[in-house]
Every structure is written in C-alpha cells, then in structure tokens.
Design a binder for this molecule. Structure first.
Ligand SMILES: CC(C)(COP(=O)(O)OP(=O)(O)OC[C@H]1O[C@@H](n2cnc3c(N)ncnc32)[C@H](O)[C@@H]1OP(=O)(O)O)[C@@H](O)C(=O)NCCC(=O)NCCS
Length: 172
C-alpha cells in the first residue's frame, strides 16, 4: 500500500569507512536515505528480527501474534523505518480514544544515535495528533533504564504512576 510517510537522509561517519591516503586519514561519509512508512505484512520477518536484535521480545509475547492482532486494527500507526532493503526501525503506536500508546519502539543497534528513534516518534505523534489524540502514554520496563534519557530528550516525562496488567489471552 502506498504511504505518505517521511523520507529523509542521514549522514553517517563511521570508523568502518575510514581510509588512508598519503599518510592522512580520511573519513568517508556515507549518505543513507531512510523512509518511514506504515508496516505491511511482508515486513513481518524483518521486523521480528529487529525486535530480537533490540531485546524487545519476551517468551510470554508471541511477536507474530502481536503483529496479526495489530493488523486487524488497521489504524495506520504501526510504522517501520527502512534503509534500502533493510528494516532499521519500528514503532507500534495505538489510540484507544483517550490516550495514545507506544509499543515496540526499536532502532537497529548499528543505526542508533542518528536521530532515527526521534524521527519514528515524531511521525507516530503526527499521526496520533491527526486522529485527535490528546496525550501519549508509554511503559518502560523497570530494567530498561538506558531508554529513560532518550524519552526525556524527546519531550516525555515520568507520570509517576504504577502500571498494572492482566493477561486475557496466553500466547504460549
Ligand atoms: C531507544 C532507541 C529507540 C533510541 O533510538 P535512537 O535512534 O538511537 O535515538 P535518537 O538517535 O533519535 O536519539 C534521540 C535523542 O535521544 C538521545 N539518546 C538516544 N539513546 C540514548 C541513550 N541510550 N542514552 C541517552 N540518550 C540517548 C540521543 O542522544 C538524542 O539526543 P539529542 O537529540 O539531544 O542528541 C534505541 O536505543 C533502541 O532501539 N533501544 C532498544 C529498544 C528499546 O529499549 N526500546 C524502547 C522500549 S520502551
């Protein structure tokens, strides 16, 4: 399905692209075009690989079932970032009519700190706003302290609530 997503270019300077010429060291700059668009079912295997690489899968959540359930909602809030043929990022947004929700935000470890996480969040925020969503909530696992600075740097703050859950359908 064609998608009015977001296209942008990233400039990557990596030691992997360093070369030597006349005793001087040059950094070769790599330009990378990234397209943020809605998820399509053909992305399934690549997205699950990305989630595994980002340590987002858990034994009690079957990622295939999570994706199948999300596709039934068809809310245009499940996004991927692709660079060439590679899926390098994802975010699964949702809107329940009161709050927007963020799940499965992931950027491939080799593409982090380039602004991709922020760009995925900006695109899903834009789409939530278009649907009239007044506020976004998200949950961070207690063990995932590394991500707190990221969320604060893109404008989120700690709501200081306890999060409760109740499983209705066991995946395994
Ligand atoms: C969290 C995550 C999506 C961030 O993606 P990213 O593409 O590296 O983030 P960005 O490059 O857009 O960073 C945006 C800002 O956050 C900061 N930031 C990103 N990761 C950070 C970290 N681990 N610690 C501190 N700051 C961080 C960046 O420096 C940048 O700040 P700046 O604009 O002031 O320079 C990525 O680290 C990831 O996939 N983590 C594993 C999965 C995960 O934990 N997902 C969230 C589940 S709740």
């Amino acid at each position: 399905m064609a998608d009015a997503g977001l296209n942008f270019s990233l400039m990557v300077m990596s030691p992997a692209f360093k070369s030597c010429y006349n005793r001087h060291e040059y950094t070769i700059v790599k330009f990378m075009t990234v397209n943020i668009r809605s998820f399509i079912s053909q992305d399934t295997a690549n997205v699950i690989s990305l989630w595994r690489a980002c340590d987002l899968t858990r034994p009690w959540n079957d990622p295939n079932k999570d994706i199948q359930r999300k596709l039934k909602v068809a809310d245009n809030l499940f996004l991927v970032a692709e660079s060439g043929a590679q899926i390098v990022g994802s975010v699964m947004g949702g809107y329940d009519g009161h709050r927007g929700w963020i799940n499965y935000l992931a950027v491939d470890p080799s593409h982090r700190k380039l602004g991709l996480g922020r760009s995925l969040m900006l695109e899903v925020e834009k789409r939530l706003l278009e649907q009239g969503c007044p506020k976004i909530n998200l949950q961070v696992r207690a063990t995932n302290t590394a991500v707190i600075d990221f969320y604060e740097s893109i404008g989120f703050s700690d709501d200081e609530v306890r999060s409760f859950g109740k499983r209705l359908i066991p995946d395994n």
